[in-house]
Design a protein around this ligand. Structure first.
Ligand code: URA
Length: 210
């Protein structure tokens, strides 16, 4: 069966392997591998992030966990009933996800949080396999343009036909709805590009669709 997540020693992206290996040396207590998806594979919602943060998901092994972006994401998931328990920035905090799976466009931490095109393309099959395995999937929420673009390409559409826009909801021929949000990164929340209310509105839209 095709894997949903890359192997811990996935060799496919030389730059990411080198970066990962550097941190396996420097920080042997960190996870330092491709971060698997987290949540409910039978869920109706898939959230696609960008890539693990160096000291966040790359350290803890769970998407957005320990990353600044995870504070707003997990808080909002809790408010809308997609998460239960207390998010404590640790993979063993007991937090559970309901009706939602979280994944990343690129599974390994990229230098400076910036994956290159070849890495996004190389990692896309894992997104393809994940979406194929989600038989009850209804909505895909993409966080930021990179997540949006790789998802649109994966689904076989042209970027010009489904442009990225915060709050956009595109109903696709296959019945799925693709919803966009600005990424809940520290940069976007600190600059006011994304406020908590804007992020909540996106989840309200998703709730209404589901
Ligand atoms: N951590 C993740 O796992 N994904 C992101 O997109 C950002 C931080």
């Amino acid at each position: 069966m095709t894997p949903l997540d890359p192997d811990y020693d996935c060799p496919d992206c030389p730059r990411l392997v080198a970066f990962r290996n550097r941190y396996r040396q420097e920080e042997p207590d960190w996870f330092n591998g491709p971060v698997p998806s987290f949540g409910d594979i039978n869920g109706a919602l898939l959230i696609v992030g960008l890539a693990p943060g160096l000291r966040g998901a790359n350290r803890t092994s769970r998407p957005f966990t320990g990353d600044y972006a995870g504070d707003l994401l997990y808080q909002t998931l809790g408010e809308f009933g997609f998460a239960k328990g207390h998010y404590d920035k640790r993979p063993d905090d007991g937090l559970t996800l309901h009706n939602v799976l979280i994944t990343n466009a690129v599974r390994c931490v990229p230098p400076e949080n910036k994956p290159i095109g070849a890495e996004i393309n190389t990692c896309r099959p894992y997104l393809t396999n994940t979406i194929a395995a989600m038989t009850d999937l209804k909505v895909i929420l993409t966080l930021g343009k990179i997540a949006h673009d790789t998802t649109v390409r994966m689904l076989g559409y042209k970027l010009k036909d489904i442009p990225f826009g915060h709050g956009n909801a595109a109903r696709l021929d296959n019945g799925l709805t693709l919803v966009d949000s600005y990424h809940c990164s520290r940069y976007n929340t600190n600059t006011g590009r994304l406020t908590e209310d804007m992020f909540r509105s996106v989840f309200q839209k998703i709730r209404d669709i589901l």
